[in-house]
Design a protein around this ligand. Structure first.
Ligand code: C5P
Length: 227
C-alpha cells in the first residue's frame, strides 16, 4: 500500500492510574488498542505499524491480528521508546519502502472513526505536506501567570489538535531527521522543520483517553467490537 498508519501505544498510562500500560486497558472486553485498530482498519488500506511497550509486543500483535482480519499481512509491531517522539521514530523505521503517506495516530484516541482517517489521507493526496484534524475550542481560554489572568485569548484563532496526523512520507522523515528537541505533536515537529501544516475537521469521538473520567466516557460511547 502507499499509506502507512503508525499507531503509538507505548505510553505508561500513569495519569489513567489503571496499573498498567494504557493501550491495554479494557474499554469493554476489548482493549483501547483493539478499539483504535478497528477505526484504522475501517479506513484506507494501509500498512499498520503498532508501537507497543517492549514487554507487550506479543499482546499488541494479538490485538492487531484480530483487528486486521484478512489484512494481517499489513501488520507490523515494534517496541516503543521513552517518549512519544521516540516511539514514533521507532515506528517510522518500520515503514515499507513503497509507502508515500504516513499517518501517526494515538492508540489513546481509541474511538476515532474511519472518516477522520479518510479526510486526512485525502488532504495529503490532494497535495498538503502535513495535515492535522482539529476541533474548534469551545472553552474561553485565558493566558495566566501563577494565579493571575494576564490576558484574554481570542479563541476564534485557536483549534484543538487531534490524531491521526498525516504527512508526505519524505516530509515526516525530514522532520524527524532534523528534530533536536521534544515537540508536543508530529505537526509541530514538521512545522519546526519549515513545512506548512493544514487542518481538516476532527471528530468529537477522537478525544484522547487520559484520565479515569475519559475512560468512563469511552465506556459509555463504545459500540462493541464484533467478535
Ligand atoms: O500520554 P499520552 O496519552 O499523551 O500519549 C499519547 C499517545 O502516545 C498514547 O497512545 C501513548 O501510548 C503513546 N506514547 C508512546 N510512547 C511513549 C509515550 C506515549 O507510544 N513513550
Amino acid at each position: 500500500p502507499s499509506v502507512a498508519v503508525i499507531v503509538v501505544a507505548a505510553g505508561s498510562g500513569l495519569r489513567l492510574g489503571a496499573g498498567g500500560p494504557k493501550a491495554f486497558v479494557g474499554i469493554d472486553r476489548h482493549s483501547m488498542l483493539r478499539h483504535a485498530l478497528r477505526g484504522v482498519f475501517e479506513g484506507p488500506v494501509a500498512q499498520v505499524i503498532v508501537v507497543a511497550p517492549a514487554d507487550r509486543v506479543g499482546d499488541a500483535r494479538t490485538d492487531a491480528v484480530e483487528a486486521a482480519g484478512a489484512h494481517r499481512d499489513l501488520v507490523t509491531v515494534v517496541g516503543g521508546g521513552q517518549t512519544r517522539q521516540d516511539s514514533v521514530r521507532a515506528g517510522l523505521s518500520a515503514v515499507w519502502p513503497d509507502v508515500e503517506i504516513v499517518l501517526v495516530h494515538d492508540a489513546a484516541r481509541a474511538l476515532t472513526p474511519a472518516s477522520v482517517f479518510e479526510r486526512v489521507v485525502g488532504a495529503v493526496r490532494s497535495g498538503r505536506d502535513a495535515v492535522v484534524p482539529v476541533l474548534p475550542v469551545v472553552d474561553t481560554i485565558k493566558r495566566v501567570d501563577a494565579d493571575a489572568v494576564t490576558a484574554a485569548v481570542d479563541r476564534s484563532a485557536l483549534a484543538a489538535a487531534q490524531t491521526p496526523q498525516g504527512f508526505r512520507r519524505d516530509v515526516l522523515d525530514t522532520g524527524y531527521e532534523i528534530a533536536r528537541e521534544e515537540y508536543t505533536d508530529d505537526a509541530a515537529l514538521v512545522q519546526a522543520a519549515g513545512f506548512s501544516v493544514f487542518t481538516v475537521a476532527g471528530d468529537d469521538r477522537a478525544f484522547k483517553i487520559t484520565t479515569p473520567a475519559d475512560l468512563e466516557r469511552a465506556r459509555l460511547l463504545a459500540s462493541p467490537v464484533a467478535p
